[in-house]
Write a new protein. Structure first.
Length: 306
């Protein structure tokens, strides 16, 4: 049996997709997913006093699993043991990533939490890349991430920092197994099945912390909105993007998350940006665009060579 494909290997070509989705391109898909996550995250923070951090994650995963299963109606037969193993690990990764991140934002502010979490994908991009130029883009993005964090994290709660860094490690694993799942299952079938695994694993934790609070109609409605904005839309868009980008390039693109959060804070919450924060956003965007241009140039070179 062949070993797993390296994470920097380009994914298999995607199957037929709606014209609007194809028109976005990989960069547009990642950006749309990031914007959706930020709005969903804002709603999730407002929901935490009603359902608790673990309760919010439980609602998010459970509703997302139901929606994806209804929409995708994935085929359960005809998959190999390796296929199912990939889906289970992908589901475990999603459950851990979400749970750890919400434990982090319960202890430290959202901005530093996202900044610390994105270090996971950045480390993945450096380790997985086979091109020296990607080290430059990763270095620029890393500099921007630390600037967004104010140049240091010494004043933050140690447990919150540990949870954020752990969530980042799970985010890197999510990127790897999302790409593998996308290659093994058609459309978003693998994502739907993995979401069920994640929801089942997290359900006992949510019930222990929140109990019958999860049955409140308002809580369910808000939790459903969080699931759509933070799970269904972004995970689907990212899965499609990973079929068109190697995981190492996608990992660098994920560094846009702190920048999107800062811009959303300025536009929606009237939070002003300092010169340092503006420079940080510029560094992150330049790094992300550089990674995309590198990948596009590589693809064109291969096409000419063929």
């Amino acid at each position: 049996m062949a070993g797993p494909a390296p994470v920097s290997e380009p994914a298999a070509p995607p199957g037929p997709a709606p014209r609007g989705v194809r028109a976005l391109g990989p960069l547009g898909l990642v950006l749309a997913g990031g914007i959706s996550v930020q709005f969903g995250g804002a709603l999730a923070v407002s929901l935490m006093p009603r359902a608790g951090a673990l309760g919010v994650v439980t609602l998010r995963l459970a509703v997302a699993a139901i929606v994806l299963m209804v929409i995708c109606r994935p085929r359960l037969r005809g998959h190999s043991r390796a296929d199912w193993g990939t889906v289970v690990v992908f589901g475990v990764t999603m459950a851990a990533m979400n749970g750890l991140f919400y434990q982090s934002v319960a202890r430290i502010p959202l901005g530093p939490a996202v900044t610390l979490e994105v270090l996971g994908p950045l480390v993945l991009s450096v380790l997985a890349s086979r091109r020296a130029v990607n080290l430059v883009w990763a270095g620029l993005a890393l500099g921007g991430v630390f600037l967004l964090g104010g140049g240091g994290f010494g004043s933050l709660d140690p447990a919150g920092v540990a949870f954020a860094l752990s969530a980042g490690a799970m985010w890197a694993a999510y990127i790897v197994f999302s790409a593998r799942t996308g290659r093994r299952f058609p459309q978003a079938d693998g994502l739907a099945l993995a979401m069920v695994v994640a929801a089942v694993l997290f359900l006992p934790l949510g019930l222990v912390e929140s109990g019958d609070k999860l049955l409140d109609p308002t809580t369910i409605a808000l939790g459903s909105a969080v699931a759509i904005l933070s799970s269904v839309l972004p995970y689907t868009l990212e899965l499609v993007a990973l079929r068109r980008l190697p995981a190492s390039t996608f990992a660098i693109l994920m560094s846009l998350e702190p920048a999107v959060a800062s811009i959303a804070g300025f536009l929606v919450l009237s939070q002003t940006l300092s010169v340092t924060e503006g420079l940080a956003i510029t560094l992150v965007i330049v790094a992300s665009m550089g990674a995309v241009r590198t990948q596009v140039g590589r693809g064109r070179a291969k096409s000419v060579g063929d």
